[in-house]
Design a protein around this ligand. Structure first.
Ligand SMILES: [Zn+2]
Length: 174
């Protein structure tokens, strides 16, 4: 950008220098040649200025994107990160768990839940959904990225030994 501006300024100075000498030209042919040279340099300068204008428009958009991303980042760090703790649900299986916060901090208390670790790193708040049990624990799934993990601290419910009740039979004592 600085280089393009320097080139444009240099081009404008060249045009100024060329135009200063026009009054001293004595023949019509020399004036025509100088005019053609000036038109060529003005055209080059206009092209450079259009390129600079387009580059400035790109920079304005980039700046707006960066400002929006920074504001999102600040909001995330202020509003979401302090409410969650990183917990290990199983060996090397991590999720973010909602902290126990006083109910008056946020107004409406949220139910206990976990957020997906991968989505959390991308500043996406995706609550892991319970989708059943296997023999190791509760299966939690992220609907945003599709990852499934197992919470080993949440074991499948145990039904205990099955007891069958029936009427006494005269054959029970045989
Ligand atoms: Zn996810």
């Amino acid at each position: 950008m600085i280089a393009e501006l320097s080139a444009a300024i240099s081009g404008a100075k060249g045009i100024l220098d060329l135009s200063r000498g026009v009054a001293a030209l004595t023949t019509e042919h020399a004036v025509q040649e100088r005019t053609i040279e000036l038109q060529s340099q003005v055209l080059a300068l206009v092209t450079q200025l259009v390129d600079i204008q387009l580059r400035i428009a790109d920079l304005v958009h980039e700046n707006a994107d960066i400002r929006r991303e920074l504001a999102d980042f600040v909001d995330w760090r202020r509003d979401v990160v302090p409410k969650y703790d990183l917990v290990e649900l199983a060996k090397s299986v991590y999720a973010y768990q909602l902290r126990d916060l006083p109910s008056d901090v946020e107004g409406v208390p949220e139910p206990k839940h976990y957020l997906c670790y991968g989505c959390f790193q991308k500043r996406r708040k995706s609550v892991l959904q319970f989708s059943g049990y296997n023999n190791m624990g509760a299966i939690l799934t992220c609907n945003e990225c599709g990852v499934s993990l197992i919470d080993h601290s949440d074991k499948p419910p145990s039904f205990g030994p099955v007891t069958v009740r029936r009427k006494p039979s005269p054959w029970d004592n045989y």
